[in-house]
Every structure is written in structure tokens, then in C-alpha cells.
Design a protein around this ligand. Structure first.
Ligand code: PLP
Length: 458
């Protein structure tokens, strides 16, 4: 690795590296922040600033940075067998073992897994698998998959189509055919005068309305994140997922839970569907399965689908060079072993999640904060102009970005989704570190309030 100044790194970055979800010209002007190293829950940039990473990288470094067992697992596997494929009737031992372990930690009706290298590829696999399932069953008209506005399912053609991000649909002719969307269970924005629980039922019934509009015999599946992540950590009312489940069952429609963020302990159970009370037929996973140390994703396939594909399906014409990549699988195995040894999922459910919830409840008293939501180790703070009326700021003011700049300047990485500030910190945080993070958020909110007053925006 060459040694260069920050400015030199930034210049080279701007010359050659096109970043994801980035206005290239704008970033070239500002210069990117260069992250040089990390340990536990902290990052250091090229100027030596220490930063608390309250986003776990990108929702993935669940076990924190610098975990030696994961590093050793990768090194050892690379020495022994860095790569071999799973095509042509071959297999590798890390992939077999990981499949076995995933079947142990997933709800019992999941006994099979299809590996990919990312969440997006996982959701592409979901589309192919769902449509194949109905084909094999002699119902080829069942093609339509229903997703949600403001849902996020990745950035490939199918992933972006399943997701409901208007900015993504505006580029590249998306969504692809036979994917349609219903609105999100976002009580604060859409709930009006209904209680949260009433609104949960209302929002779930939008699925039934859509099924009836499309035609029940044309609908193949519904896909949703247990808690919407990239959409702003939107925790649905407790009534929502059970009602979604009831509707899917009523029409025989497959239910897909995108567990890319919620899987692997984030919500206080191994999978978010367990926290939210649904029993999906497919679960997409990625991110936390390896704590982000190496790319790996996949789809857990429930018995209903596995049985049909295995017994009646013949050859499934789908797969990737890196499906079941032995080094990636070895890291995932080490990661899950570590999670079990440290009893992380229970800690999130019984200790860390409740403490985060308590600290966020205090943040709700802040004059800028309209609502807070948490679920396990994820949380959102909604900034509003007027608490009493839930009145939002003019979106052109980009108040969330004002707050995010204060975060950066105060050694905290928090993400802004519009005016909703979100965290998904590592699951290995201590209670004291949750306090440290919450104190920083409090400080950043005060600084944001002061700046908004100064600008006359309140
Ligand atoms: C990140 C994410 C994806 C996409 O995963 P990639 O690995 O970036 O392709 C899919 N679904 C959800 C819920 C995600 O958060």
C-alpha cells in the first residue's frame, strides 16, 4: 500500500473510482472521506479522526471490526482451497457446513439454501425461484410479485424493481414487467388519526386490495423487509405482519421476507420474521451473515418451495460462479460460531435492544424530534418542524443532511434518510457504548437545532 496524503487519495479517487449511489461530479468537488482502519465499533479516517460507526459499515459489520476468528478462517480456507465452484455435481466442505448451520439457526421449515454473493443477487434468485415454482405447479400465469413503495431490495434489475425507490425506478426503465407496489406501513407519515395498531391492519389490507386489482390467480408472491432499513428504519405496527401473513395464506400467495438487514440478530432474533410474527416461504440474506468481512448472500428456501423444486422441478437454470464460495462460507461459519459463543442474539433481545430503546425514548423529548422508533439494534429519529402537528420540514432544506454534517464533525456515523436519522450499530456494542452513541446523538441534535434557529428555518 502506497503512502499518500489525503488530498492525493481524494484526487486519485475522483479520477478513477465511480462510487455507488453517488453524484460523481459533486463528490469530486468535495473529495471523499478516506477510511483507513477500524477496530471494534470505531473507524479512523486518513486524517486520524476516530469515528463511532453507528451504521455497522452498511448494516453489516454486526460483530464489529478486527474479529480475529473471521480473519483466521479466511486465511486458512484460502490456503487450503480458496475457490472451487458448486456447478457440475461438485461441492466444498465450507459450503456444506454453512448450509447445515443455516438450517439450524433459521425457523425449522427452512432446510435448504441457495447461495449468492449479495443481497441483490439473492433477490434476483427469489424472482426466478418464485416464478419457477408456479411454472412447475402448472400455474404459469402467476407471475406478479408485489413489493412496497420505499422498500429496498438491492440494485440489480430485479432487486431495484422489487424495491420501491422512485429515484431508482426513474433510471433504466424500471420496474421490469409484472412487479407492482403497495404503500409502506409508515404510521408517522400515513397513519393520520388511526392508532398504530389500527393503521397496521389498514396498511396490510392494501395488499389485499392490490391482489384483487391484479387478479388473485396472477399474483405469485409478496416481498417485504420485516423492518424497512434503507427506507428509514420504519418499524411496522405489531398488527401488520400477522395480517400480511393471513392475506397471503388466504390467496395462497408466497411470502418472501428480505432479511438482508434484519437477519442474523439485528432485531433480537436470528431472523426479523420471528420478531414480527410471519412465516415466510423464502428469506433473502446477506450483509450480517459474514459481518461484511467478505461478500456472501443467499436465499433460505422453505419446505413448501423446496419440495416442489426438488421433486418436480428438474434442472433449475440459475446460479453464480461464486454460489457457495468456500472462503466466503468459511468466514460465515466463523461469524455464526462467534455469535453463538457470545450469545449475541439473546443479548440484543434482552439487554442491548431494550437499552437502546430506553435511550431513544429520551431523545424523543428533544424539540426537533417528532418520533423515535427502535427494533433490536436499529433505530430512527424523525426530525420535524412541528411536533404537535407532525409537520415536516420543507424537503428542499435537507435538514437531515444538516444533521448528518454535524454527525461527521462530531465523530459519529449516522445516516440521513430524508429527515429521518437512523442507526444500526454493531451487535457487539456494550451498554456503555450505547450510552456513548446516544450522548453523541443528543449533542448532534442540539447543534442541529442551534443551526436551524440561526438560519431561521424553525
Ligand atoms: C442491502 C440490501 C439489499 C441488497 O444487498 P446487496 O448486497 O447490496 O446487493 C437487499 N435487501 C435489503 C433489505 C438490503 O438492506
Amino acid at each position: 500500500m502506497t503512502s499518500r496524503t489525503t488530498a492525493e487519495w481524494q484526487a486519485a479517487d475522483a479520477r478513477h473510482f465511480l462510487h455507488p449511489f453517488t453524484d460523481f461530479k459533486d463528490l469530486a468537488k468535495k473529495g471523499s472521506r478516506i477510511i483507513k482502519k477500524a477496530e471494534n465499533i470505531y473507524l479512523w479516517d486518513s486524517e486520524g479522526h476516530k469515528i463511532l460507526d453507528a451504521m455497522s459499515g452498511l448494516w453489516c459489520v454486526n460483530m464489529g471490526y478486527g474479529q480475529q476468528p473471521l480473519i483466521d478462517a479466511a486465511a486458512q480456507q484460502m490456503k487450503e482451497l480458496p475457490f472451487y465452484n458448486a456447478f457440475f455435481q461438485t461441492s466444498t466442505t465450507p459450503a456444506i457446513e454453512l448450509a447445515e448451520v443455516l438450517a439450524e439457526v433459521a425457523p425449522p421449515h427452512f432446510q435448504h439454501v441457495f447461495f449468492t454473493s449479495s443481497g441483490s443477487e439473492g433477490n434476483d434468485t427469489v424472482v426466478r425461484m418464485v416464478r419457477r415454482y408456479w411454472d412447475v405447479l402448472g400455474q404459469p400465469n402467476r407471475q406478479v410479485i408485489i413489493g412496497r413503495i420505499n422498500g429496498y431490495h438491492g440494485s440489480t434489475m430485479a432487486g431495484a424493481s422489487l424495491g420501491g425507490m422512485s429515484g431508482m425506478h426513474a433510471q433504466g426503465g424500471l420496474p421490469i414487467p409484472d412487479i407492482t407496489h403497495i404503500d409502506q406501513p409508515h404510521w408517522y407519515e400515513l397513519g393520520g388519526s388511526q392508532s398504530r395498531d389500527e393503521f397496521g391492519i389498514t396498511a396490510a389490507r392494501w395488499l389485499e386490495d392490490k391482489i384483487l386489482a391484479v387478479g388473485p390467480d396472477r399474483v405469485a408472491a409478496f416481498i417485504g423487509e420485516p423492518v424497512q432499513g434503507a427506507g428509514g428504519v420504519i418499524v411496522p405496527p405489531a398488527t401488520y405482519w400477522p395480517e400480511i401473513q393471513r392475506i397471503c395464506d388466504k390467496y395462497g400467495i408466497l411470502l418472501v421476507s428480505d432479511e438482508v438487514i434484519c437477519g442474523f440478530g439485528r432485531t433480537g432474533n436470528w431472523f426479523g420474521c420471528e420478531t414480527m410474527g410471519s412465516k415466510p416461504d423464502l428469506m433473502t440474506f446477506a450483509k450480517g451473515v459474514t459481518s461484511g468481512y467478505i461478500p456472501l448472500g443467499g436465499v433460505m428456501v422453505g419446505e413448501r418451495i423446496a419440495k416442489v423444486l426438488i421433486e418436480q422441478g428438474g434442472e433449475f437454470n440459475h446460479g453464480f460462479t461464486y454460489s457457495g464460495h468456500p472462503t466466503a462460507c468459511a468466514v460465515a461459519l466463523a461469524n455464526i460460531r462467534l455469535m453463538r459463543e457470545q450469545d449475541v442474539v439473546r443479548k440484543v433481545r434482552e439487554e442491548l435492544g431494550p437499552h437502546l430503546a430506553q435511550r431513544f425514548a429520551e431523545l424523543a423529548k428533544h424539540p426537533l424530534v417528532g418520533e423515535v422508533q427502535t427494533c433490536g439494534m436499529m433505530g430512527a429519529v424523525q426530525l420535524v418542524k412541528d411536533k404537535a402537528t407532525r409537520k415536516a420540514f420543507d424537503s428542499a432544506l435537507e435538514v437531515g443532511m444538516v444533521c448528518r454534517t454535524h454527525c461527521f464533525n462530531n465523530g459519529l456515523i449516522m445516516r440521513a434518510v430524508g429527515d429521518r436519522m437512523i442507526v444500526a450499530p454493531p451487535l457487539v456494542m456494550t451498554v456503555a457504548q450505547i450510552d456513548e452513541m446516544a450522548d453523541l446523538i443528543q449533542k448532534v441534535l442540539d447543534l442541529t437545532l442551534a443551526e436551524l434557529n440561526q438560519r431561521g428555518w424553525l
